[in-house]
Write a protein that binds this ligand. Structure first.
Ligand SMILES: [Mg+2]
Length: 230
């Protein structure tokens, strides 16, 4: 990653999942197990990690980067099948996928709210930008976050890393790309997408997925310094 080259930092845009929050128990291996039983599916939680990794490898992104719910239902169905689900797994996948919309099914990382509050306290605008169908107004409210603008791929129509979704959230924040930085956990969608429109970008690699990236952070503790604020 090249160093951040923001002219005058005026706004910070955060990705949501795995940057500010993680999925809770409803979305875990045991969540699949419990949901599956209601559909007559005997899912083995021990197979979850392997099933999810295989589904990630196989997932097909929309060629035009359109928001497409069906892609994630197919993805979820593949996890269910990888955990031992057979027969009709579609309805269970639809219900599991719908759980990703609920704010209460996520837990903020401990550093999320304090970091956002501190940046906002310095006069920076805060945006949230998520490839999801979640109601981010509700999410912000439920988790007592503060944000000046938020946008999902469902509301916008395109997903990260499409440049239009970055431009759209910057429009809501009323800042130029060169005055804003993106903070996210996904190299392609968050970081490359932001850099392509001229934003700065900071990779938050909590899970250690990108050891080869030099100036990544493993949590939000060093974010202010990475943004050149300290
Ligand atoms: Mg993310």
């Amino acid at each position: 990653l090249r160093p951040i080259l923001v002219a005058v930092l005026r706004a910070v845009v955060f990705d949501v999942d795995f940057t500010l929050c993680r999925p809770g128990p409803e979305l875990s291996a045991l969540g699949y197990r419990e949901l599956g039983l209601r559909y007559g599916l005997d899912l083995d939680p021990a197979l979850y990690d392997e099933a999810r990794a295989a589904a990630i490898t196989a997932v097909k992104k929309h060629p035009e980067l359109d928001h497409d719910e069906e892609i994630w239902i197919v993805f979820t169905e593949q996890i269910i099948r990888g955990m031992g689900g057979t027969g009709d797994t579609y309805a269970a996948a639809v219900e599991m996928e719908s759980r990703w919309v609920e704010s209460a099914h996520f837990e903020l990382y401990e550093d999320a709210a304090p970091t956002v509050r501190a940046l906002r306290g310095r006069g920076l605008k805060i945006g949230l930008l998520s490839n999801s169908s979640r109601d981010l107004a509700h999410f912000v409210d439920h988790h007592r976050l503060e944000a000046d603008a938020f946008l999902t791929s469902r509301a916008h129509g395109k997903t990260k890393p499409h440049e239009s979704i970055f431009r759209a959230v910057l429009g809501l924040l009323d800042v130029d790309p060169c005055d804003a930085a993106m903070v996210g956990d996904t190299l392609h969608e968050d970081i490359e997408g932001a850099l392509s429109v001229g934003m700065g970008a900071v990779l938050i690699d909590r899970a250690g997925r990108y050891p080869e990236i030099e100036n990544r952070l493993t949590d939000l503790a060093g974010l202010a310094a990475a943004l050149g604020l300290e």
